[in-house]
Design a protein around this ligand. Sequence first.
Ligand SMILES: C[S@@+](CC[C@H](N)C(=O)[O-])C[C@H]1O[C@@H](n2cnc3c(N)ncnc32)[C@H](O)[C@@H]1O
Length: 354
Amino acid sequence: MFSYIVEFVPYREGKVELLVPDPNRSWQSADVPVFLNPRAARVNRDVSVLALSVLKPKDVLDGMAATGIRGVRYFVESGIPEVVFNDVNPTAIQLARRNAEKYNVNARFYQRDFRVLCNEERFWTVDLDPFGSPAPFIWAAARAVRSGGYLLVSATDTRPLSGASPKQALAKYGAILWKPEWYPELMVRVLYFLLFHAAAIHGKGIEPILAFTYEHHVRVVARLREKPSLVTKNVRQIGYYELDGKQYGPIWTGPLQDRELAEKALELWDDDYTKASRKILDLASREPPVLGYYNVHFWAERLKLRQIPRFDAIISALRERGFVAERTLWSDKGIKTDADPMTFEEVLRGARAD
Ligand SMILES: C[S@@+](CC[C@H](N)C(=O)[O-])C[C@H]1O[C@@H](n2cnc3c(N)ncnc32)[C@H](O)[C@@H]1O
């Protein structure tokens, strides 16, 4: 069946067991026949599977399928009735077919360039999971999503997205960026800006549903609607952030999460999923719609505090003053609040450290 001899081994993830190249090697070197990342990308897949289990679209394009693990999980675990598998790599699509057949997935298979397929067909859901940046594929992806359908996008090029590499950020994302203390969140705000722009070019607006990062994986999920009033509303949510008196952007400044969706997805979580995916959904379900957050360690150092104050003490002090305050999914060291920097500083100085 395979064009050359490749060794595949059984691999369990979520509620499926599939054949994959040795998962200990398959993401560390470029010379493996089919790619699979069993660590960071697994968390990405778990959260995506739980989100689609709630959203229940009629079909999904697993546009860069590799082993097909995403699409098979969407069928088996999320209950999506039809999955379209695509990958340019012939060995990948042969393997995806074999894995899909094991679970009788109602499937179609293509071995095309993602952009070509997305220019020819439309889908209720498009999952775009490239190596590195999704920017070269985003226009085609946004075109292919039906009005009212979903676009799920991964990125692993954290240097441009976080503002660590401003030249690449401008080249790939059309934004002038500088790395803020809340840079993990900046990465999804840049990605949502990219989605907004790609969708708007096709006359569609975006409704952000879920955004998260895990290790070097960045992921956003949005609903797209062909609705001029939504595009106009989106335009008002594109803006800039300030750092040392200068403005950077453009980025998406609106809400990042549909908190109700995250809460419902969390209810479906069980032991077959990673603990990290539970933590992401839990924090997403509570995330206040505020731009950026304070990194407590960074502030403690800046204020020369002898000890790091307790997070629960900081959060309750902020709430007592009438502000929203929560831990954030972007960093274990972060607190998201609408309090201004002076208030935050006062609260930090007054909060207990033991
Ligand atoms: C990061 S891997 C996908 C991993 C997979 N989605 C998963 O969850 O395990 C990226 C895949 O995209 C495929 N690919 C790269 N460029 C492509 C293109 N232009 N069109 C379609 N597939 C492409 C590669 O062959 C590779 O299998």
